[in-house]
Design a protein around this ligand. Structure first.
Ligand code: SAM
Length: 236
């Protein structure tokens, strides 16, 4: 195939998602339970990653065997629980950053309930400030907070060498529901969230466009989920 994305209709995309989910190793009962809880409890639950993305996180962590994981954007703790699950063999330290008092409380409750506080550390506050206080290297960094902050977060990570020599940065939602590519690319995005995602799309287009010109790194923008950018040091 010479192109990189199949031209699915909305209806077909739902079927493809379900097909992939039911043919992938399922998330654990804990992850499933927390995903369902978050979906039922929070009106903005669509900020949480999908079940399939959870399977991918566990798989990726198992595959890469990070010793330290940094997550920017914890929300209800679902993705941090996935990193925890995927690093049982390396017993990685997982640092997750969150700003919202409501989501800090929800995540702390989940981390206690699921007994993951031995390795998951939630750092409260604005991520740009917290990042400046971090030391050492991380092998897997997941960027998933405010979309207008991605450029600054990745710059700080690279400038402070927070990414280990063979580490990877994974930036989530770099398509902003499709609106990064163009306002006409996502007619299905509802009017009440459209202005928000259009703003995110503009910020992310600037981020994506400038990042690929940064000679310190190699970047691949993958058309999976809501767009994932993979970033690694060049020439290591
Ligand atoms: C998309 S959600 C994270 C979803 C989660 N990683 C998952 O996969 O389920 C983004 C989170 O980032 C948090 N956030 C937004 N701006 C932030 C900031 N400046 N510093 C830290 N966290 C922030 C939001 O409160 C929200 O909970």
């Amino acid at each position: 195939m010479l192109g990189s994305v199949l031209p699915f209709s909305e209806e077909a995309a739902d079927r493809v998602s379900e097909y992939c989910e039911t043919r992938s190793t399922p998330i654990t009962d804990t992850l499933q339970k927390h995903w369902e809880y978050t979906r039922g409890k929070f009106s903005d639950a669509d900020k949480m990653s999908s079940r399939l993305q959870g399977s991918w996180m566990v798989f990726t962590a198992n595959d890469r065997k990070p010793k330290r994981v940094l997550e920017i954007g914890c929300f209800s703790g679902y993705s941090a629980l996935a990193w925890y699950e995927g690093t049982k063999d390396t017993q990685a330290e997982i640092i997750t950053l969150e700003l919202s008092p409501k989501m800090i409380a929800a995540s702390r409750k989940a981390f206690e309930e699921y007994g993951v506080e031995d390795r998951v550390k939630l750092v409260e506050g604005p991520a740009d400030q917290t990042l400046k206080t971090l030391t050492g290297e991380f092998d897997l960094i997941f960027v998933d907070a405010n979309k207008d902050g991605y450029e600054g977060y990745v710059k700080t990570i690279l400038d402070q060498k927070l990414l280990s020599p063979n580490g990877i940065i994974l930036c989530d939602n770099v398509f902003a529901r499709g609106l990064t590519i163009g306002a006409d690319c996502a007619p299905w995005v509802n009017d009440h969230v459209r202005p928000y995602w259009l703003g995110c799309g503009q910020a992310l287009d600037g981020f994506n466009t400038r990042l690929v010109q940064d000679e310190r790194v190699d970047v691949v923008v993958l058309p999976v989920f809501d767009g994932i950018s993979q970033i690694r040091w060049r020439n290591v």
